[in-house]
Design a protein around this ligand. Structure first.
Ligand SMILES: Cc1ncc(C[n+]2csc(CCOP(=O)(O)OP(=O)(O)O)c2C)c(N)n1
Ligand SMILES: [Mg+2]
Length: 578
């Protein structure tokens, strides 16, 4: 056996779910070793797609995402997806061949590249302790919620190492995975592994963070704040995605209303007190109720500019509390008046046990009626502006919401269009929405939908893209067809980088650099083997209905020519951040 094969075997023994990649000579053996050990491999057509697929897969499956890339350009191609994952604290391992000889065409400083985007750089240094090094990388990904670039130098990869029989492999890997906790800072300076300092915080409580006593103080203060609150609202973020039951129990006891950040959309679906998403995508009712809150508690939620509309959803008199694993998150964005460092579910459980029940809080029969009547975007009246060969994106999305099965998983690209699917397409729960927007890159939407589809084959994958993002990520259209995914790809086509058009157009700037001639996206899709429908008005939606009611044996691309006279209302909010 050679080191490259040992790396694959050990990673498989750690529990790697699926590996996404583009195979070249520098990652050939490690990828085949993973496959030989039973880990499914998904071939992407571009490394950027592979990284984003693995990111989405990890988010939607709860497992570590694995990416496999060739040295040099294989890694640079993957960098945008790696950055998105690193910023989102997605547990991800990028296996990257590494040319250490400076004369090699493939040589670059891969560790510096990884660190520059907030990932953790590690390296396999020899045959001696390859098992320890792989397990350490895996544990840093899981326990610190980090994206790890694990460099595999070509000369080290080909070094012979003793064969690992399956029983010893399993026993030793299990032992290493469950051995003593990693010391604080191991993602910055692990012994035996070359690593460089990351820019982000560690999930493990670092020195100087809450002691047990101060955590207890924080809990007590939050308990008192909840008892005193008349109009409490919980806003759950990514860090609370697994804590629905605990948060609902505490909300029930304290009379709190329930909202989420965009990444956690769907978490409280079905609750009569669900306000859906807080922030730019919030309904008028949700914005009104959050503004009128006297206590807002962010659960695993930074309360950033998107979730709070640049802070404007938090009124001056409103107290803010935050519960977060990361002590730094208590102070960033909207700072907390009351902060608790801890896991959302655990903290909620312990508060439910100690908070006095009684006050109805924000929950009244009248409010329940209003939430039922006005709590969804599709209940907000609007004037349909379809006409002249173009469909109003609201009309399009509401119709799709009706036509497509509820058991869906929706992934969204970036751009002016992005609010329409985020607001008008319902999702069944927090595992029905995949939002790879931490880096605000366009072009990640299709690969996101593929990774999400691999994680949740029981759901209908829906990718919502702009024409710009669709054309940027087009390489993966073949992947959708090859994998036989029953995906619906909706392209909101305004023949432009609409975000730029609406940003600069009102100021009289020339827009030729951001406008394009029509592209026949339906024909492109058919060329790849998808079914396709071009929608120029509401009547064309019959084609979507036909596909939905049929065998769905091929993926469908809905090429929607959308109205483009005005920018979307959440975009103005977004531009404040530029
Ligand atoms: C990789 C990358 N390049 C450029 C941008 C700047 N940008 C933001 S939105 C956008 C336009 C996207 O166009 P499209 O996908 O058609 O969506 P639309 O805005 O038209 O709805 C661009 C170019 C970006 N965010 N990411
Ligand atoms: Mg566009």
């Amino acid at each position: 056996m050679i080191v490259a094969e040992a790396v694959g075997r050990v990673l498989a023994a750690c529990g790697a779910g699926t590996v996404f990649g583009v195979v070249g000579s520098g990652n050939f053996h490690v990828t085949n070793a993973l496959v030989a050990a039973g880990v499914p491999f998904v071939a992407a057509r571009h490394e950027g797609g592979a990284a984003t697929m693995a990111d989405a897969y990890a988010r939607m499956s709860g497992r570590v995402g694995i990416v496999s890339v060739h040295q040099g350009p294989g890694l640079t191609n993957a960098m945008t997806g790696i950055t998105e994952a690193a910023k989102s604290r997605t547990p991800l391992i990028v296996l990257a061949g590494e040319a250490t000889e400076p004369q090699s065409n493939f040589h670059i400083d891969q560790s510096a590249l990884a660190v520059a985007v907030g990932a953790v750089a590690m390296r396999i240094t020899g045959a001696g302790d390859v098992m320890e090094q792989v397990v350490r990388a895996y544990r840093v990904a899981v326990e610190d919620r980090r994206t790890v670039v694990l460099n595999l130098p070509l000369d080290v990869q080909s070094t012979p190492c003793p064969d690992l029989d399956p029983t010893t492999l399993t026993t030793r890997t299990t032992h290493l995975l469950t051995a003593a906790p990693l010391p604080t800072g191991s993602s910055t300076a692990p012994s035996g592994v070359s690593a460089t300092a990351p820019t982000g915080p560690s999930a493990r409580t670092p020195a100087g963070a809450s002691t047990e006593a101060s955590a207890e103080d924080g809990l007590l203060e939050l308990a008192r704040a909840l008892e005193a609150a008349r109009r409490p609202v919980f806003i759950a973020g990514r860090g609370a995605r697994g804590a629905r039951r605990e948060l609902e129990e505490l909300a029930e006891r304290t009379g709190a209303l329930l909202a989420t950040s965009a990444v956690a959309k769907g978490l409280f679906r079905g609750s009569p007190w669900d306000l859906d998403v807080s922030g730019g995508f919030a309904t008028p009712l949700t914005a009104e109720l959050i503004r009128a809150a006297d206590l807002v508690v962010g659960w695993g939620c930074a309360l950033n500019m998107w979730t709070t509309r640049h802070g404007s959803l938090i009124s001056p008199g409103t107290r803010v509390a935050k519960v977060d694993l990361d002590p730094a998150a208590l102070k960033t964005h909207v700072p907390a008046d009351v902060g608790v460092v801890g896991d959302a579910a655990q903290v909620a459980r312990s508060l439910t046990a100690r908070v006095r029940a009684g006050a109805p809080g924000y929950r009244s029969p009248e409010l329940a009626r209003r939430i039922e009547a006005e709590g969804r975007w599709r209940a907000v009246p609007y004037e349909d502006e379809s006409g002249g060969g173009r469909i109003d994106p609201r009309t399009l999305t509401i119709a799709l919401d009706d036509l497509l099965p509820q058991d869906r998983i929706v992934s969204i690209d970036s751009g002016n269009f992005m609010g329409y699917p985020s607001m008008f397409l319902d999702v069944p729960d927090e595992n029905g929405f995949c939002f790879t927007q931490a880096f605000q890159s366009i072009g990640l939407g299709l690969a996101t939908a593929i990774g999400a589809a691999v994680a949740r084959p029981d759901r209908l994958p829906v990718a919502a893209l702009g024409d710009g993002g669709a054309l940027m990520g087009l390489a993966e259209l073949e992947t959708v067809v090859r994998l036989g995914l029953p995906m619906v790809i909706v392209v909101y086509d305004d023949e432009a980088y609409g975000a730029e058009v609406h940003h600069f157009g009102p100021h009289g700037h020339p827009l030729d650099t951001v406008r394009f001639p029509p592209a026949d996206l339906a024909a492109i899709a058919r060329g790849h083997g998808l079914a396709a429908v071009t929608v120029t008005g509401p009547d064309d939606l019959a084609g979507v209905a036909e596909w939905a009611e049929g065998e769905r044996d091929r993926p469908l691309l809905v090429h929607a020519k959308v109205t483009r006279e005005r920018g979307s209302w959440w975009l103005e909010e977004a531009f404040k951040g530029h």
